[in-house]
Design a protein around this ligand. Sequence first.
Ligand code: SAH
Ligand code: SF4
Length: 338
Amino acid sequence: MNLAELSSVLAAEPKFRYAQINKALFQDYISAWDEASNLPKNLRDKLTAACPLEIEAQVFKTAGDSRSIKALITLADGEAIETVLIRQHGSQSKASPDVSGRNTVCVSSQVGCPLGCAFCATGAAGFRRNLTAEEIVEQVIFWARFLIMGMGEPFLNYAEFIKAVKFLNNPETLNIGARRLSVSTVGLTEGIKRLSGEKIQMNLAISLHAPNDALRRDLIPVAQKYPLREIFRAVDDYIRKTGRRVMFEYLMIKGVNDRDQEAEELAELMKKPLYLVNLIPYNATGKFRPSDRARIDAFKKILDKQGVPATVRLSFGAAIGAACGQLRGKLKKLNPSG
Ligand code: SAH
Ligand code: SF4
């Protein structure tokens, strides 16, 4: 897809074409200009030549998890990024995407990631480049719908990230409510601060993964620069300014961060209004192993007892290797199409 040329083609057209084209692209989700039958043929031809709408992608499914589908999108310069669709409910029909808000999309913000967290396949593969706002939006359009996560650290690419969010939120384009958009950061405080100042009320998630700085530094190299104290200060300020809840993501990695002791430590940190914990079953990618289900339950019980609200994320990624960066790394092609 290449929308960059759109404004130059439209400059010569009457104003009302903008509204028609926005609707066709971002509400009807056309994938070829000829589908926009309310546009004159010569304009459709011009647009087809100047800004093709095709998105080059391979779609992967597995028998193990029919709710998740992942795609590897090839960008204009040949780089590949991944994006995942998780269907909570809804029909299998591709022709009638379920738009009722029960689908989730994980969207990449960078090709790779320079932060190299010890457990993350994206980090292991290194960093190639930032995505443009258009490339971020394109992933959502590709699924014809919704969220923000995927590959890379969005706050290292703040300008394009926020531009993409505003585009997704804009009533004239995709009109996805801010409450349905979430961003996950490994805890870059300057990004949290910038987000506090934005008008847009999207959800913020912090990848905590450890209840103390020593363990966190072992897992997340950039934690050297961002101690927990600083992160919580930025988060508290964000909550004061926005009144919104903040989700703390905690990967459950066997024998690394999943003992009772860590649960107790985590509970102490999380005893604040509007803090929520999401325990995430780890998707094995490298040297680490996922915690057993019983261990996750025991960990959660400790949080419950301390009055800390915690949820356990369904392990939607495991069956298809949908975790951060795994797809680009390898994986057998199961059902390529598109
Ligand atoms: N850089 C941002 C956003 C991208 S990673 C961040 O770190 O928050 C998105 C989420 O996937 C993060 O919470 C990350 O910790 C998690 N993740 C990374 N590797 C994973 C794995 N192997 N299994 C499960 N979740 C993983
Ligand atoms: Fe980057 Fe997030 Fe992966 Fe860490 S977990 S390497 S910050 S994408």
